[in-house]
Design a protein around this ligand. Sequence first.
Ligand SMILES: C[C@@](CO)(OP(=O)(O)O)[C@H](O)COP(=O)(O)OP(=O)(O)OC[C@H]1O[C@@H](n2ccc(N)nc2=O)[C@H](O)[C@@H]1O
Ligand SMILES: Nc1ncnc2c1ncn2[C@@H]1O[C@H](COP(=O)(O)OP(=O)(O)O)[C@@H](O)[C@H]1O
Length: 299
Amino acid sequence: MSVRVRVPAKVNVQLAVGAARPDGFHDLANVFLAVSLYDEITATPAADGLRVTCEGPDAGQVPLDRTNLAARAALALADRYGRAPDVHLHIAKDIPVAGGMAGGSADGAGALLACDALWGTGASREELLDICAELGSDVPFSLVGGAALGTGRGERLTELEVGGDFHWVFALAARGLSTPAVFREFDRLGEGLEIPEPAADQAVLDALAKGDAAALAVAVSNDLQPAALSLFPELSDTLAAGRAAGALAALVSGSGPTTAFLATDAGSASDIAGVLRASGTCRDVRTAAGAVPGATVLE
Ligand SMILES: C[C@@](CO)(OP(=O)(O)O)[C@H](O)COP(=O)(O)OP(=O)(O)OC[C@H]1O[C@@H](n2ccc(N)nc2=O)[C@H](O)[C@@H]1O
Ligand SMILES: Nc1ncnc2c1ncn2[C@@H]1O[C@H](COP(=O)(O)OP(=O)(O)O)[C@@H](O)[C@H]1O
């Protein structure tokens, strides 16, 4: 018997970043939206220990050892319930790797849910969320999905109301960006400046609640964008190409380098995707909509 779990990617419609904390993390006001690009994690009983395999266009960049977030999730759950982590985790990866769309976090949350179901641990939602927060700042959101405000380092979630579908185009970049490197660049660019406490923007929350894409387009913001552009200047060309193609808003997704373009509707998203694909400013282009549910066990 196997358990298959589907987990969405995310885009950050607001990412407000505070000053570096003593522990090296940054306090955030992180407004996540789960979008319809998915990884699938299949957990199958194994005779002797933990094995991870991965398929998909970016599979070559995914570590298959115990640093893989899916492996770490299975080990954390097995440890908590005092059992052997005898499981084969297969990742069908469609979320770009090191792209600022929480692909690794999705696999962590998905593996946790899959192993919980396979092993019948009966862990509570709170316990699963605790393990997610230990695995990484973005992992709790991958479990919850929908839209949520993440505070602290992004792991403390308040679910948000979403009044309609938002249509997106994502431009995948030729190479990845390391999340810690982008936060370090944020610190470097902010040296000597007063960094305000991060706070959720009411205009973003209202636009989400109303399902109003035009209002969301005006309100979106990402404090990591200057740092991502500083490390990857060519992303400015991609953002400009998407804007010229009619996107309501163009921004870097999280720490990047994936760029996200908000469209009025699915037809417009498809048109913008076509223009971006022909622009020569990105490796690949995908369309997706959100909000969608978080990690879900498939029948
Ligand atoms: C920036 C965001 C925005 O949603 O996502 P990505 O763009 O990477 O997907 C997240 O904050 C990434 O979360 P996640 O990828 O889970 O990061 P973690 O594993 O917790 O931390 C990796 C490293 O990022 C930095 N980090 C992360 C979160 C945070 N609030 N402050 C930080 O300074 C730290 O250097 C940390 O060592
Ligand atoms: N299951 C996984 N999928 C992808 N990357 C993973 C995974 N587990 C660990 N990693 C490592 O995490 C890094 C960040 O990957 P990812 O989560 O895709 O990006 P981001 O943090 O930008 O959303 C990768 O470069 C890789 O080394």
